[in-house]
Design a protein around this ligand. Structure first.
Ligand code: ZN
Length: 339
């Protein structure tokens, strides 16, 4: 009960990559880089276990960015001539690569880190990948000429990698879809269909993470514009509840998402964000337990998984570590009260 887990990413140590950045440069290359990625993965696996997390991740230590980590292994994309594009409905500009031909995987994407993590932990293991809609919103297209076709082409590749990850012994495969609260009509029109294609044939647990993003300025400004009650999910939760995805991860700590909205996710596991990633203040275990208890009014306890609001990649390592510990302690406190 109340098995704690992470949305996914953790900060990279200074010897692996630049710190405090969303698109950090690696600090090594070749075999040194490969070794540094493994060392960092090991370090965070241990930290998650020590904090009492039940479902651990590789902390995304082997990828530079949560979307491009996947795209780099895809044929048919031009990374040499990136173009400037407004993403998440023009919330911010990014230099994005361009689809210029039929998409195909060059090989495995997350094999090394998944197998390495599997070897070094007995906890349940989660690997995250970007969802099809979020990928389509983070890349320019000069080949498919149609958003939905492009999303389905990416979904096929995600499915290919997801099946291989399952064979590697991964217990949970999560697709990150921050685009799901930006293009609500598209979610019901084709976003969930694309996710279904990405999870086809999987027997492991599947999850979708939706969120209001990292604590970067563009996101903080955007959140201010959304009003006191973030009810965007009204439109998409019934469709997610009817979907074949097992788990939905969303932010609930210091969030304006009305907690009673999660009632609309009946039948799903809910990964309740109890740790704010947009603030450096460390939650107390009591605060974490209180957020869990607010959610408990709307989700059965066996379906409630305390989690972080979003990835912690751009945070400082010490703060991320302290937040992991708060997550583990708060979940334990709630468990003691409600077991
Ligand atoms: Zn997120």
């Amino acid at each position: 009960m109340f098995e704690p887990t992470l949305a996914g990413s953790l900060p990279k140590p200074f010897w692996l990559a630049e710190t405090g950045k969303l698109w950090p440069q690696w600090q090594a290359s070749g075999t040194d880089l490969a070794t540094a990625k493994r060392d960092a993965t090991l370090l965070w696996l241990k930290a998650q276990e020590d904090a009492g997390l039940a479902i651990v991740t590789d902390g995304e230590q082997s990828r530079q960015h949560f979307v491009h980590g996947f795209l780099e292994q895809v044929e048919g994309i031009d990374f040499e001539h990136k173009v400037k594009m407004g993403i998440r409905n023009n919330r911010y500009d990014a230099m994005v690569p361009v689809v210029t031909g039929p998409l195909r995987l060059k090989g495995r994407v997350h094999q090394i880190e998944a197998q390495f993590a599997r070897t070094h932990t007995k906890c349940k293991l989660k690997i995250t990948m970007p969802g099809p809609m979020t990928i389509v919103d983070t890349i320019a297209d000069q080949f498919y000429g149609d958003k939905v076709k492009l999303a389905m082409a990416f979904a096929d590749l995600l499915n290919q990698e997801a099946r291989a990850l399952q064979a590697d012994g991964v217990d949970v495969i999560q697709f990150d879809e921050p685009a799901f609260n930006v293009y609500m009509a598209d979610v019901t029109a084709w976003g969930i269909d694309a996710l279904h294609r990405a999870i086809e044939g999987l027997t492991c647990t599947t999850a979708v993470h939706i969120c209001y993003g990292y604590g970067i300025q563009a996101n903080l400004d955007w959140k201010k514009s959304l009003g006191d009650q973030w009810t965007q999910y009204n439109e998409i939760f019934p469709a997610l509840a009817a979907s074949r995805i097992n788990q939905v991860s969303l932010e609930c700590a210091n969030s304006h998402v009305p907690m009673n909205l999660i009632r609309l996710l009946a039948g799903k596991d809910v990964l309740v964000g109890v740790i704010d990633v947009a603030s450096d203040r460390i939650e107390t275990p009591e605060e974490v337990a209180a957020t869990i208890e607010r959610a408990l009014a709307f989700v059965p306890k066996e379906r409630l998984f305390p989690c972080t609001n979003c990835g912690m990649a751009p945070m400082s390592r010490d703060i991320a570590l302290a937040k992991l510990q708060a997550l583990g302690l708060g979940a334990a406190l709630a468990r003691a009260r409600h077991a």
